[in-house]
Design a binder for this molecule. Structure first.
Ligand SMILES: [Zn+2]
Ligand SMILES: [Zn+2]
Length: 366
């Protein structure tokens, strides 16, 4: 099994160090993936800062694409050379929630994720014979990573690795919020709060689902411009959002709101700007023990509110569909890549993400 250069987080709030780790061996259901691109997402930042508890040392990175270089003895669905996008939601397929098509709530997935190992609790990565954990069953900031075969989804060979990587988390979550979670109808008025990678993807999900009007809300004018480049019909600041939504809907408010900002004021805006009987999908989050206050009246009138972590993803079918949509020109991903960086630049990349300077930085591997 190979050695790999990896960005290893050894202590929260300190830079990751580039180290050589040992990868493997493979369990029968695993695949070895040569990572070709891995993008920087806010959830990694939460792990770096300690807001998301991850056992250390760990390799972060959960938005990645690469190619299969070896398969475990029981793997029949994938072969060497397959181009894959990685999913951070392996699931058992047999528990209460898997039975109900809610793999994001899978018992095994939720029980083992915080331990930073696979379902069998056995480490796949080591450094000087000591175990190294994988964030979200993945660990994309390394030249090689091991995932269970079901978490490696084949996409067409024509799909560029850097844009493929985005599909694995932010794009799936945003597009899925509109196409899988929200009951969006042809011609609806949709409003998306927050125009980072997830919000820009939600704008595109609304477009793909047939929304007639799509209002993108962000305080940053460059982000609003980007949202209009990928399909928003209108764009405004948070302060203007309620008035604009009402002015376009005979005073009612938007039919569907997708929140992708992760701030208390964004959650409040979402329920104020939706029409009576409309629906709200929350994708953002604040710290789990934080409280968010609402004006009670803003929650009334038959509004439906759903919180989703992965946009109702079914990666096995959705990732190839999203890749196809990109290749057909229907899903715009080029616009979301702010910069391509080397693994050694990963810490600077997160600093830029924290400052709000980048939508997505993508680590490129040779
Ligand atoms: Zn993510
Ligand atoms: Zn399950």
């Amino acid at each position: 099994m190979p050695k790999a250069q990896a960005a290893v987080l050894r202590q929260t709030s300190t830079p990751m160090s580039i180290e050589t780790i040992d990868v493997g061996p493979l369990a029968p259901g695993d695949v070895l993936v040569r990572v070709r691109a891995a993008s920087l997402c806010h959830t990694d930042l939460e792990a770096i800062e300690g807001a998301l508890a991850v056992p250390l040392p760990a390799v972060l990175g959960h938005e990645a694409a690469g190619e299969i270089v070896e398969t475990g003895s029981a793997v029949e669905t994938l072969g060497v050379g397959d181009r894959v996008v990685l999913s951070w939601n392996p699931h058992c397929g047999a528990c209460f929630y898997c039975d109900r098509a809610q793999p994001i709530l899978c018992r095994q997935y939720l029980a083992n994720g915080p331990k930073g190992f696979h379902f069998d609790s056995k480490p796949r990565l080591t450094c000087e014979a000591l175990p190294v954990h994988q964030l979200m069953y993945l660990g994309g900031f390394a030249e090689y990573c091991i995932v269970s075969a079901q978490a490696a989804i084949r996409v067409p060979d024509a799909m560029p690795f850097d844009r493929a990587a985005l599909i694995g988390c932010g794009v799936m979550t945003g597009v899925g919020a509109a196409t899988r979670v929200a009951d969006l109808r042809w011609g609806d008025t949709a409003l998306v709060i927050g125009c980072g990678a997830v919000g820009l993807s939600a704008v595109q999900g609304c477009r793909l689902a047939g929304a007639g009007t799509i209002i993108a809300v962000d305080p940053n004018p460059a982000r609003r411009q980007l949202a209009q480049a990928v399909g928003a019909t209108h764009a405004c600041t948070p302060d203007e959002a309620i008035d604009l939504a009402r002015s376009l809907t005979g005073g009612r408010g938007a039919d569907t709101i997708i929140e992708a900002a992760g701030r208390p004021e964004a959650f409040r805006l979402s329920v104020e700007a939706v029409r009576p009987g409309g629906q709200v999908v929350w994708l953002g989050k604040v710290a789990v023990n934080d409280e968010v206050g609402f004006r009670w009246g803003s929650l009334m009138q038959e509004k439906r509110i759903t919180r989703s972590s992965y946009g109702g993803a079914n990666p096995a079918t959705d990732f190839p569909m999203l890749a196809r949509a990109y290749l057909d020109g229907k899903l715009k991903l080029d616009e979301m890549i702010s910069t391509r960086i080397s693994l050694a630049e990963v810490n600077e990349g997160f600093a830029a993400l924290k400052r709000g300077e980048t939508v997505r930085s993508v680590v490129m591997f040779g």
